[in-house]
Design a protein around this ligand. Structure first.
Ligand SMILES: Nc1ncnc2c1ncn2[C@@H]1O[C@H](COP(=O)(O)OP(=O)(O)OP(=O)(O)O)[C@@H](O)[C@H]1O
Length: 270
């Protein structure tokens, strides 16, 4: 059997006690004043994710989904346990492991084109960089906005630009933390469709996707991981083998949806 892309090995996170965080390689072992409480958020999480998988992580608000993603990204280190990527222990962030944040992280002082071009620093020629940035913007249906500043775009456009910047980095692993939260329903549906197309196109990229939207997870993922309430453990894992595009009203997916709601404590999903 092939080696796992990502291996999460008995990861426990306790905030306010022996917390270790690392930001861009700098580490400290003392918790900051905001890390108080001595609370176990994640408990003994072990998971394996295969190359090219699209895995969604679901769970109640505050159960530790973002915490888990940040540990995989190398932004913070667990209290105990380890994460391995391609057999190497994660000790900090890497440029080919790209994080798309819930709150959006475009640089407000750069144009959209410059934001995307930031991820193309290996392309030395400025004109080529600019043209490649436009290609990535076109991939997410954002032509003609390269000279706009982020404040000039709608929420959905900003999120698309964010995804274009993430793709421009040609990520090996894409970590997406509720990337479509805060957007209207219709925009989410459009972005979901685009995400599906991008995943088919970028079949070598492994995607971890945190969402609260069960339909989004059912439509996009190869596998769903449901975390329990804190201290969160892996409550259940479900593979979805239904080919894309998926009909969420089909019997298989409706049953699976009901089962996921049940695991999340919702017994009458309306
Ligand atoms: N730096 C920190 N110091 C102390 N507690 C923290 C810190 N970061 C997160 N937490 C706590 O850990 C718990 C899990 O937070 P996390 O953001 O991982 O949850 P989540 O499942 O992603 O939530 P949501 O779905 O609402 O975004 C929360 O109770 C949060 O308050």
């Amino acid at each position: 059997m092939s080696k796992s892309k990502i291996k999460i090995d008995r990861v426990t996170v306790e905030y306010g006690n022996n917390v270790k965080r690392s930001w861009f390689g700098l580490r400290k072992t003392q918790p900051s004043p905001c890390e108080v409480g001595g609370r176990v958020v994640l408990k003994d999480i072990s998971l394996e994710i295969q190359h090219g998988e699209f895995v969604s992580i679901l769970g109640h608000s505050g159960c530790g989904k973002s915490t888990l993603l940040k540990i995989i990204a190398g932004f913070s280190t667990p209290s105990t346990g380890k994460v391995w990527i391609d057999g190497e222990e994660v000790v900090g962030p890497r440029p080919d492991h790209v994080f798309v944040f819930q709150e959006g992280a475009l640089f407000p002082w750069l144009t959209i084109g410059e934001n995307v071009a930031m991820a193309l620093r290996s392309v030395k020629d400025a004109r080529e960089r600019q043209s490649k940035a436009q290609e990535y913007l076109a991939l997410v249906a954002l032509e003609g906005v390269e000279n706009y500043y982020p404040y000039m775009l709608s929420g959905g456009m900003k999120q698309r630009a964010e995804i274009a910047r993430a793709l421009a980095a040609q990520p090996d692993i894409l970590l997406m933390d509720e990337p479509f939260s805060g957007l209207d329903h219709l925009t989410r549906l459009h972005l979901r469709e685009e995400m599906l197309y991008l995943h088919i196109m970028l079949k070598d990229t492994t995607i971890l996707f945190v969402t609260h939207d069960i339909d989004e997870a059912l439509q996009l993922s190869n596998r769903l991981i449901i975390l329990s309430e804190p201290p969160a453990q892996v409550k259940c894992v479900r593979s979805i083998k239904v080919p894309h595009p998926r009909n969420l009203a089909s019997e298989d997916l409706s049953d699976l949806r009901a089962n996921i709601y049940h695991h999340l404590g919702v017994h009458t999903a309306i």
